[in-house]
Write a protein that binds this ligand. Structure first.
Ligand SMILES: Nc1ncnc2c1ncn2[C@@H]1O[C@H](COP(=O)(O)OP(=O)(O)OP(=O)(O)O)[C@@H](O)[C@H]1O
Ligand SMILES: Nc1nc2c(c(=O)[nH]1)N[C@H]1C(S)=C(S)[C@@H](COP(=O)(O)O)O[C@H]1N2
Length: 178
């Protein structure tokens, strides 16, 4: 069997980007960061959706269950506004939550911007997929992924997802039981 590139979901959740009011910069920023981090061949499965909980849930389920994404990264919809429902959608589709991701990403973002505490970003496991929420501001993507990336490959190992390795010059993946 030939080795297929690892599928990674890239989900932009934004009313305005999904309607073409502005160009989506979040999805491309996630793809650029993943290219920087990962040494394992991978392919993005990208979606841009409105801030609608049912739509977000359906997208996360499709990427996990049909597309077989071992990792799904979302951007947007994590704040306090009425239409910000990404964490609710994430929790609704996950078997278990991984609160450490949100805690660490908020703590690191707080070094950059005092409004970091307004993000309710979280992470969780659906089957063999790790889902991680990032804020909508494109600059938040690198801040947050830099904070958690070293732990992502081992987390995916533990849930039976694809083997993912990182470029050690950028980020050394930590695998305690290698
Ligand atoms: N996908 C994106 N592409 C480019 N810029 C974005 C994107 N998402 C957010 N931004 C920028 O970050 C700012 C804050 O994002 P936020 O998610 O709070 O937007 P919002 O007010 O919820 O609106 P929307 O859901 O329409 O993006 C936006 O005003 C916009 O300038
Ligand atoms: N690193 C980082 N985190 C950040 C921000 C940012 O600019 N950089 N913006 C904050 C702001 S202003 C908000 S309202 C929340 C939620 O953003 P979201 O609704 O776009 O997900 O993320 C916060 N976290």
């Amino acid at each position: 069997m030939t080795d297929q590139p690892v599928a990674i979901g890239v989900v932009t959740i934004s009313d305005r980007a999904s309607r073409g009011v502005y160009e989506d910069k979040g999805g491309p920023a996630i793809i650029a960061e993943m290219n920087r981090f990962l040494s394992t061949p991978w392919r993005p499965v990208a979606r841009v959706v409105e801030d609608e909980q049912a739509l977000i849930e359906a997208t996360l389920k499709e990427l996990a269950d049909v597309e077989g994404c071992s990792l799904i990264v979302t951007t947007g919809g994590t704040g306090p506004a009425p239409r910000d429902v990404t964490p609710e959608a994430t929790e609704a589709v996950c078997d278990k939550m991984m609160p450490g991701f949100g805690e660490l990403m908020r703590a690191e973002s707080l070094k950059v911007v005092p409004t970091a505490i307004l993000s309710r970003q979280t992470a969780g496991i659906r089957g063999r997929s790790l889902i991680i929420n990032l804020p909508g501001k494109p600059s938040a993507i690198a801040d947050c992924l830099n904070a958690v990336m070293a732990a992502v490959p081992y987390c995916i190992d533990l849930i039976g997802g694809a083997f993912i390795d990182t470029n050690p010059a950028v980020c050394k993946a930590f695998r305690p039981k290698k």
